[in-house]
Design a protein around this ligand. Sequence first.
Ligand SMILES: *Cc1c(COP(=O)(O)O)cnc(C)c1O
Length: 214
Amino acid sequence: MSHSIRENIKQIRSEIGNIKLVVVSKYRTIAELHEVYETDQRDFGENKVQELVNKYNELPKDIKWHIIGHLQSNKVKYIAPFVDLIHSVDSLKLLQIVNKEAEKQDRIISFLFQLHIAQEDSKYGLLEHQLSDILSSNILPLLKNVKCKGLMGMATNTTNTVQVEKEFTALKLIYDKYSEENQWDTLSMGMSGDYPQAISCGSTMIRVGSKIFN
Ligand SMILES: *Cc1c(COP(=O)(O)O)cnc(C)c1O
């Protein structure tokens, strides 16, 4: 198995050039994460706060931790001391809490707005008009301890690549519309099943789990 984790990461790196790889380590053991770390991988993603905190405590401190799943306001305080990038900001209210907790830690926390691009309604995220409202709100400039780096989105879980590319293209268009004036540099889209499409549609960061560990 250790052989395959290394080989899988090597294979993915060879396909993606300078696109940033976040290894999604949810459900995986500390031993497996050590194997990933040994390949010089430093960006790891988790979708649950408790699991992220546990792994942070057990693993080397030069790892950059990404929270990629839905984030509850009352859990922000647990990750605020160390989180590198929050991919899942989906309300101004949540962002205000992140800012408050970042201020307590004397940090500036980087984040992405999560956009809803899939057809499934189970997925979280903002619609474009909601993003636009937040970006133009007079509260946003007051939040000095958070920094927006861009957008994140998840495509519909389907083998229909036309559908998936349509959704990624829609997200890229929204990204392009706002990225210059906001000095964004990160478009987080693409997972095990769809990262080649995401990259062809302009992704700068992919989040890959099962393809590495299975
Ligand atoms: C689990 C997860 C991933 C990785 O999914 P895989 O299909 O295992 O690569 C990416 N992004 C989010 C938000 C996730 O929850």
